[in-house]
Write a protein that binds this ligand. Structure first.
Ligand code: SF4
Length: 292
């Protein structure tokens, strides 16, 4: 879904992210590939914060499962702030990042020498409300009755195959309680039109990969933590047909940009239009794009 979303936002950014940086991790790669690869590793404070909320949710899950008191908001906030501060510090060393972009976290705003203050203040303002909202969810009450039962492992690169296409889709958390499969995503930013589709596909992925889940009723939810609201996602009776339609439509759009679909060889860079919108100011690849 993130790949399709980027293609929709700007085909040229999609080219930089998925093709220009290929092999860019190799020292002998062309300079432009190395730059594209490096830029693809830049991140934002909002994204780091989102990952931290995933970690906090796992910590709460295991405290609940093991019958320990749930960590309090102050403890969770302190851990979150510590990581955000560490990311800020690690972003100060440009040369370390340039030598090893995969293993060094670098904030986009710092790397681009932009004013990071708006990002910092936006994320700071989200920490407490998001943690309060996370702690208030009723999942923890259920999980406190589960011990280790009903735990669902979600691999880092969870995926399934549909008509020969590998589709990456991972829920943020899932578990089984009293015969129901609970699947959810956390959102710490704005809602997107396809949030429900994303959860639908993650649920499908879980059930495709483990037949134990197939016959179970599902409660799928998107939790918008910053505003303390939740969206219940209905799993339709024709779930497979709907997932197939979304995936096939996305694959078709991506294949239009391939010269050789079998070899995954893209068209030329110029064939990927630059779509200049307000999103350009957040684009990792602005340096390459504007250099044309
Ligand atoms: S700067 Fe704008 S036009 Fe250029 S790649 Fe990024 S989003 Fe696309």
């Amino acid at each position: 879904m993130s790949r399709q979303r980027l293609l929709d936002q700007c085909p040229r950014a999609y080219f930089f992210r998925y093709y220009a940086g290929w092999n860019g991790w190799l020292v002998q790669a062309p300079r432009r590939s190395r730059i594209a690869y490096r830029l693809s590793k830049l991140t934002g404070l909002d994204a780091v914060f989102g990952q931290e909320m995933d970690r906090r949710a796992r910590e709460i899950e295991w405290a609940a499962r093991e019958g320990r008191p749930l960590p309090g908001p102050k403890e969770l906030e302190a851990r979150t702030r510590a990581t955000l501060n560490a990311v800020w510090v690690s972003s100060k060393d440009r040369s370390v990042f340039e030598e090893s972009p995969k293993s060094t976290i670098m904030l986009r705003s710092v790397y681009m020498s932009e004013d990071a203050e708006p990002d910092i203040s936006r994320v700071k303002n989200k920490i407490s409300p998001c943690i309060e909202a996370l702690l208030s969810l009723d999942h923890w009450d259920r999980l406190s009755m589960c011990w280790r039962e009903g735990s669902v492992t979600i691999p880092d690169f969870a995926h399934f195959f549909l008509n020969g296409v590998k589709v990456f889709a991972a829920a943020d958390l899932a578990y089984v309680h009293e015969g129901t499969l609970y699947v959810m995503d956390w959102k710490t930013g704005k809602e997107s039109e396809d949030d429900d589709t994303q959860v639908l596909i993650s649920t499908y992925s879980l059930r495709e990969n483990d037949e134990v889940f197939r016959g179970l009723p599902v409660q799928a939810t998107v939790h918008y933590l910053a505003r303390g609201q939740s969206l219940r996602v209905q799993i339709p009776d024709d779930e497979q047909a709907q997932v197939e339609a979304v995936v096939e439509e996305g694959v078709l759009r991506m294949r239009r940009y391939l010269r050789d679909p079998e070899g995954n060889i893209p068209l030329d860079e110029e064939d990927f239009p630059q779509r200049e919108t307000g999103l350009c100011r957040y684009c990792n690849f602005m340096l390459l794009c504007k250099a044309n």
